[in-house]
Design a protein around this ligand. Structure first.
Ligand code: ZN
Length: 466
């Protein structure tokens, strides 16, 4: 098939200031990195829209079992967060899946409801009957999948895709056509099918890194090439097998993609896809003001905790609740999760703590208060500095000079060299030290501040390392 290469012209391109971020993206007229628009759709506004797939891709996660009530809870939480699209498991997968699809469509959510089906008329007919706003159609295009999965050639794929797309559009619904395993597909095959479906008015074409093999550079190249071939929106889907899912999503946006598939905590087939929270963190750095104005970021932790708890519970399989409560290994929000990892805003090293206490932006690119979270300056370790201890002294309502705080810090560090410290341990050291100071003031025979100064001079080398 001949390919017609067209010049894509984003209708609303303008030199928009990139919010308050110090990390400006490249000045590229096709990049959608700083053009989030959540409540508007269509290629004309060159918007970037996450397609939230926790209730489709996420259901493929090994430990996931979502009953109807659970799906409704997740769908409402995602809607409160402000996602634009919620993608559901194919109603052709099972009778309950079909009923759940209908139930969620009747909830009256602000988000558009999509379902993800095989590129087949039978599936498309079932999908349009459920009340969804759009149908996401998918078929494998790589030689691996053509040989070992559906066994169809490219001529059949293009013919069927056009038939299904025209049918879904005739029902007044949105339709997306996606290849599967796009990065191991022949480029000419890919562009041929995308070009053909673009000509019959598909709303979006999808690129899927189904096996997680793509690098950011490959993603940029493919999306940028595709951007020159189709006029419709471009949706992208990245798996996490090699740890590039967020970076790949960002590169896709830089290259002109308009939609990114996400799931809460990245749950999905194998080790999942681009996580919603991680993508949000990445995009906040690109354009904080815009993301804050569009998403209810204070709900992020809530929606992640909801899904983590559900997945934890699902992992008990057929075991009883009492077994689960006592024996299951919980699936928690990962410690290194962007934004909501338990230590995402914890500062430990003395040098960091000092700067953070003066100006938070010195060691933070994200602001915890944007997400309803708090910053924590760690002061219970051998790495702590006297500025962190001084801050703790003030939190405890005690009064010390800087010299006294420095000496107290040395006592904390000496104890931390011997064993791990809890906050209570440090507080005990501080309080005992303060008590001694008070006693010394009342009894001149005890160590005075002058004596402390003398002792400090002898330990100046240690202070520098704080
Ligand atoms: Zn996937």
């Amino acid at each position: 098939m001949d390919l017609q290469v067209i010049l894509y012209e984003p209708a609303s391109f303008e030199t928009k200031p990139q919010g308050t971020s110090p990390c400006h993206a490249t000045a590229d007229c096709l990049s959608n990195v700083s053009r989030f628009k959540i409540n508007e759709i269509g290629p004309a506004d060159a918007s970037v829209l996450p397609v939230e797939s926790t209730l489709r891709e996420g259901e493929q996660f090994a430990n996931a079992f979502f009953d109807t009530e659970t799906k409704v809870k997740i769908a409402k939480a995602l809607d409160d967060f402000g996602v634009d699209y919620i993608e559901l498991t194919s109603p052709a997968a099972s009778e309950q899946s079909r009923k759940d699809c209908e139930t969620i469509c009747k909830l009256g959510l602000k988000a558009k409801i999509l379902t993800h089906v095989r590129c087949h008329m039978d599936d498309a007919r079932i999908a349009v009957e459920t009340g969804v706003d759009g149908v996401d159609v998918v078929i494998g295009t790589s030689s691996h999948l053509r040989e070992h999965s559906h066994g169809k050639d490219m001529t059949y794929i293009i013919k069927t895709a056009i038939q299904v797309i025209e049918f879904v559009k005739s029902k007044g619904l949105e339709v997306r056509f996606s290849s599967e395993d796009s990065f191991r597909s022949d480029l000419v095959d890919l562009l041929s099918v995308y070009s053909a479906v673009d000509k019959v008015g598909v709303n979006r074409v999808g690129i899927a890194d189904t096996v997680g093999c793509a690098s950011p550079r490959q993603v940029f190249d493919l999306v940028r090439t595709l951007r020159g071939v189709v006029q419709c929106d471009i949706e992208t889907h990245f798996h996490e097998d090699t740890g590039c899912a967020i970076a790949n999503a960002f590169c896709a946006l830089e290259a002109g993609a308009t939609h990114v598939d996400t799931s809460v905590l990245g749950i999905g087939e194998r080790n999942g896809i681009t996580p919603l929270g991680g993508l949000i963190a990445r995009m906040v750095v690109a354009d904080r003001d815009y993301v804050l104005s569009k998403y209810n970021l204070r709900k992020l932790k809530e929606v992640e905790s909801l899904v983590a708890d559900i997945v934890s519970f699902s992992s008990c399989g057929g075991l009883s609740m009492s077994w689960w409560l006592t024996n299951s290994v919980q699936i928690n929000i990962p410690f290194n999760n962007p934004i909501t990892g338990f230590c995402a805003f914890t500062h430990k090293a003395g040098i960091h703590a000092k700067a953070i206490l003066n100006s938070a932006s010195s060691y933070e690119i994200l602001k915890p208060e944007d997400y309803g979270l708090s910053r924590y300056v760690h002061f219970a370790s051998r790495l702590t500095g006297w500025n962190a201890i001084k801050s703790r002294v003030e939190q405890l309502g005690l009064s010390m000079t800087d010299a006294q705080v420095k000496l107290c810090t040395q006592k904390v560090k000496a104890m931390a060299d011997v064993r791990p410290l809890a906050i209570d341990d440090v507080d005990s050291v501080i309080r005992a030290f303060h008590l001694d100071l008070t006693a010394a003031e009342e009894n001149p025979l005890l160590p005075t501040e002058k004596m402390i100064d003398h002792e400090m001079n002898g330990n100046s080398a240690r202070q520098i390392t704080a």
